[in-house]
Write a protein that binds this ligand. Structure first.
Ligand code: SF4
Ligand code: ZN
Length: 309
């Protein structure tokens, strides 16, 4: 097959547009979407200091490479932050990859860990949760604690924005998950830019309109080193929703984009349904929160771990 745009040999069939793309045109399309998202949503201003969360996986490493290029052209500073959750046999593969890529790009790199910040690794937290008969899943603990730590690390690094590598698939899965859980407040927090109140570093998602498959191909075509392993805790409803959305896309190409577009059209109307956020300070850790105790300290306190216990 030939590339629909330039006639060279195609490497990818983009079913949702009906195009065939060669390596160059595919890479250009990924880059164009990335930079267009930044411009369209005014994500980064010239001269800003931007933090990027980098796990070492393909999405975050590609995000760091593209942001590095962008920041060079806009005289912005970039700092990479890696969270070591403490997942035996998994994170120890991603972290060296994140470090190597950051070094190659000449980017400052900070590693922060659950163990140092909260007093326990995710593995230890989950073992305690099991002992205590907690009904919460690994991703709930991991997500809450990682968000808190990333925010703290970004703020302490002097960053005014925190970029995360959520791609189209991640975003659509999160939309569906919040529908299924009927969680309006979390649903509202999705979107290209989330600007919480004081103490929170605004989060930006420049890869939100790029399908996961295209990011994976981009990494391969550009020879970008990444960790391709999957978290051993990934499972449950997250995987079921992922499989359902992939099935939908397979049978009805463009479904993922349609779900995203519909959500973006609805989002401005959701604001009135979300409870007003009254900024407070967590009485245990001092991080910003809407109640006396932040969610991270609440979860850890229930397990008698760290400062929250
Ligand atoms: Fe954490 Fe869940 Fe992601 Fe694993 S899959 S890194 S437990 S959020
Ligand atoms: Zn707290």
């Amino acid at each position: 097959m030939r590339c629909t745009a330039c006639g060279r040999r195609a490497v990818y069939h983009r079913r949702y547009t009906g195009d065939f793309l060669c390596d160059r045109c595919l890479a250009r399309s990924v880059e164009r979407r990335f930079y267009r998202a930044i411009r369209k949503h005014n994500m980064i201003k010239p001269g800003e200091r931007v933090a990027v969360a980098v796990s070492g996986g393909k999405d975050s490493v590609v995000c760091m490479h593209l942001l590095a290029e962008y920041c060079r052209s806009k005289r912005c500073e970039l700092v990479a932050i890696t969270v070591d959750e403490g997942i035996a046999g998994y994170r120890n593969r991603g972290i060296p990859v994140a470090r190597k890529n950051a070094e190659a790009l000449g980017i400052e790199h900070r590693i922060v860990s659950f163990k140092e910040s909260f007093g326990a690794t995710l593995d230890e937290i989950l073992a305690r949760a099991k002992e205590k008969g907690s009904g919460l899943g690994a991703c709930t603990y991991c997500g809450v604690l990682r968000r808190s730590l990333l925010n703290r690390a970004a703020r302490e690094s002097g960053a005014s924005k925190l970029a995360t590598a959520h791609n189209l698939d991640d975003e659509v899965q999160a939309i569906m998950l919040n529908y299924v859980r009927s969680d309006l407040a979390r649903l509202y927090r999705l979107g290209p830019v989330y600007q919480p109140r004081e103490g929170f570093v605004p989060r930006i998602k420049p890869m939100r309109e790029i399908p996961e498959k295209e990011i994976a191909l981009y990494a391969l075509l550009k020879g970008i080193e990444a960790d391709w392993s999957e978290c051993p805790y990934r499972g449950g409803i997250h995987l079921e929703i992922r499989d359902f959305i992939n099935w939908l896309e397979e049978n009805h190409p463009n479904s993922k984009f349609m779900i995203l577009r519909m959500f973006d059209r609805m989002r401005p109307f959701l604001v009135s349904a979300v409870p007003e956020f009254r900024p407070k300070t967590c009485r245990v850790c001092g991080e910003p929160t809407s109640s006396d105790l932040c969610k991270a300290c609440e979860l850890l306190g229930e397990l008698d771990i760290g400062a929250g216990s």
